[in-house]
Design a protein around this ligand. Structure first.
Ligand code: DMJ
Length: 409
């Protein structure tokens, strides 16, 4: 973006003030997607060795979390002491699918940069277990025990707790220069199971992805699940040829539904969760679901849909979001989340989440940029929108490539 003063200030801060030894509770998943992903991107975009040194130090500090009987990492780490434990709120000490399933892209790059296969081994071990374990109706439940390696509950969601696991399957394939056949297979089988069990059409004709609780559908879609329009469209080309148009249509329908969740509110911003039951169609029915915390997922799908279809409506929808953000979320010191998207007079929550800068604004910027800015053939965005380069076949590590080495065990 040419913001060199801001960049230099941030670089100086990372160099002198970023504390990688802090004692306290940190989420392995958040540290990975925000810090590891951010540092890797900064390195790849600038070639500045300092970012590489920092990310190498940080990567090593994450490894103790994998010391469990199954190798499935626990959710919480202390970077200072190297101890790790499970989230208190996750039932029976379980680990969460979207957390241990959202490490692959960053860990492959940690192995690439360090020339040390340990990171790739850790994530391939997770994949091996997920491949082996029985899946109800081909679906992946959200909670798994890092001790027994069994599912803990049968709750399945494309939104919170599940979301980026699916995203990382197709992105692992794309980032491997389309060599990671195992990730490809897992992605399309998972999508088939999602379509067979979760994808629904509302009486008003809106396509949505419901949640699944032990076989019973909850007709709700979280804002988080709206990333799936983008996910389905980036995978449309590499599925079975006869399914290509179907995937393009599904991606467009989901993105349309998510846009409806915005356009049916007074602020033209979407709620945290919207429902399709008791007469509701893409609207929140509970007070507690009415907030908007500057999340990116809907705009993320507009960006991918624009890049892959060039239908101008995605830029129009993106611009509607820009206007709504300006009108309702801009405050003196930046931007703030709002407590109720259906109230004309907004109440701010006094919080600017870091994903607003790294994702929401970045996806908007890309939506209005030319396709050759971070082209999708060369870059894959991690789940926090930090761009990582495709690892070209000719550069992959080891005899026969990074993937062959670890899947054969
Ligand atoms: C981001 O931190 C990531 O996109 C994550 O995968 C889930 N959603 C938040 C932003 O909403």
């Amino acid at each position: 973006m040419g913001l060199m003063d801001e960049y230099n200030e941030a670089k100086e801060w990372v160099e002198t003030s970023l504390d990688l030894n802090s004692n306290g509770e940190a989420s392995l998943f958040e540290v990975n997607i925000r810090y590891v992903g951010g540092l890797l991107s900064a390195y790849y975009l600038t070639g500045e060795e300092m970012f590489k040194r920092k990310v190498m130090v940080l990567g090593e500090k994450l490894l103790p979390a994998f010391n469990t009987p199954t190798g499935i990492p626990r959710g919480v780490i202390n970077l200072g002491s190297g101890t790790s434990w499970s989230w208190g709120w996750a039932s029976a000490g379980s680990s969460i699918l979207a957390e241990f399933g959202t490490l692959h892209l960053e860990f492959v790059h940690l192995s690439e940069l360090s020339n040390n296969g340990i990171y790739t081994e850790k994530v391939m071990n997770i994949r091996k277990l997920l491949n082996k374990i029985e899946k109800p109706h081909g679906l992946y439940p959200n909670f798994l025990s890092p001790v027994s390696g069994n599912w803990v509950q049968h709750h399945v969601s494309i939104g919170g707790l599940g979301d980026s696991f699916y995203e990382y399957l197709i992105k692992s394939y794309l980032m491997s220069d389309k060599t990671d056949e195992e990730a490809k297979k897992m992605y399309y089988s998972a999508l088939e199971a999602i379509e067979a069990n979760l994808v629904q059409k509302s009486p008003g004709g809106l396509t949505y992805m419901a949640e699944w609780r032990g076989g019973i559908l909850d007709h709700k879609m979280g804002h988080l699940a709206c990333f799936s329009g983008g996910m389905v469209v980036i995978g449309a080309d590499d599925g079975a040829p006869e399914k290509r148009q179907h995937y393009l249509d599904l991606a467009a329908e989901i993105t349309h539904t998510c846009h409806e969740s915005y356009s049916r509110s007074a602020t033209k911003l979407g709620p945290e969760a919207f429902r399709f039951d008791s007469g509701a169609e893409a609207t929140a029915t509970r007070l507690s679901d009415r907030y908007y915390i500057l999340r990116p997922e809907v705009i993320e799908s507009y960006m991918y849909m624009w890049r892959l279809t060039h239908d101008p409506k995605y830029r129009e929808w993106g611009w509607e979001a820009v206007e709504a953000l300006e009108q309702h979320c801009r405050v003196e010191a930046g931007f703030s989340g709002i407590r109720d998207v259906y109230a004309q007079t907004v109440s701010h929550d006094n919080m600017q989440q870091s994903f607003f800068l790294s994702e929401t604004l970045k996806y908007l910027y890309l939506l209005f940029s030319d396709d050759d800015l971070l082209p999708l053939e060369d870059w894959v965005f991690n789940t926090e929108a930090h761009p990582l380069p495709v690892v070209r076949k000719s550069c992959q590590q080891g005899e026969g490539g990074i993937h062959d080495k670890t899947t054969s065990e």
